[in-house]
Ligand binder design. Sequence first.
Ligand code: CAA
Length: 382
Amino acid sequence: MPDFSLTPEQESLRDAARKFARAEMAPKAAECDKTARFPEEIYRKAWELGLMNLNVPTEYGGSGLGALEQCLIVEELAYACGGMTTSIIANCLALEPILLGGTAEQKSRWLTPFCAEYHLASFCLTEPGGGSDAAGLQTRARKDGDGYVLSGEKCFITNGPHASLFTVFATLDPSLRSKGIAAFIVPGDAPGIVRGKDEDKMGHRASSTSTIRFEGVRIPSTQRLGSEQDGFSIAMRTLDQTRTPIGALATGIAQAALDHSARYSLERKSFGKAIAEHQAIQIKLANMAQAVHAARLLTWHAAWSIDHGHPSTLESSIAKCFASDAALRVADEAIQIFGGYGYMRDYPVEKLMRDAKLTQIYEGSNEIQRIVTARELLRQYG
Ligand code: CAA
């Protein structure tokens, strides 16, 4: 029988994240959403509390947490604000390629000073010409003496306007597709980096997103991760790790939508009684609760697979896909329970629906997750 109980350390991490999320993030969530403000003071506090570089080992100054601990924290943060959570965990995504593909020297050279102070990093894979077909990326890495020159444009880059470090995927030969891609560590002040405007998004408005253009950015070969052919595998293995916390992020949004709905249904009256007494509402709440529980369990299972060193491509894709679909469905039902009020910005649930939507798109659309799931599944039968 699996044991779902948390250790005292895991409970205390979750409680610390909950306290921070409810005291610092929640009170500013509506304002940052409305004005699309990037609340740097909150991100700095998250860094001070060790809630930022969760996956980086303590020897390099990170929090050194396992996947399950990361998920416990991310769910709590996302309960308060999905957008802020996206910005807080973007370092985990951006630094994972260094953890997976870096030498001991590269890790200590780049991670240690980065984690010693508040810094943001961005993962640069997606391009304007296509996000799903990662092997078809067009940003070029041209060999130049003992290094490379990067040219091209990346888009939808979380924390792009603020990042002081980028992990960048670029091709030495586009005709080789996945076999031609290399990964690079690029400092944010490298000459030739051009940051685009902060995008005006539907949700996750407390998070910054921009294009990053590389105009002949010179990178020494000591900043290449792995071999010239390793970039695609590093990108895919990174996403195998980081899609699971996106499942947790979506679960946090869904739990918030369920809690708001249950409370409101006990207060709001129609036909002479609280709407919670109507079976139509009870059935909605029950379906929402089922979705939240299933999303959390799938996410925890994927995290358990990662923590036990099992292959986790399938589990991460299923968790991210299911939890994000569940989050949108639950947020949609929350608006329905709130009725006309749910559609108003004065109430919290319409934000949850806008924030939930992105979780179906980023870190690989849910169509890509289903392709990954089907491939992994069929491999077991073929
Ligand atoms: N781990 C290790 N290697 C892997 C792998 C994995 N998970 N997945 C694939 N590979 C290897 C394959 O084994 C194959 O190697 P060989 O050629 O040696 O056999 C090679 O990589 C090519 O794999 P595929 O043939 O499967 O490649 P493909 O072109 O068919 O594409 C894909 C696969 C799954 C569709 C991939 O392109 C993909 O995941 N696309 C989505 C990209 C994505 O998630 N982007 C999100 C960006 S992050 C973000 O959203 C930003 C943000 O700020 C939040």
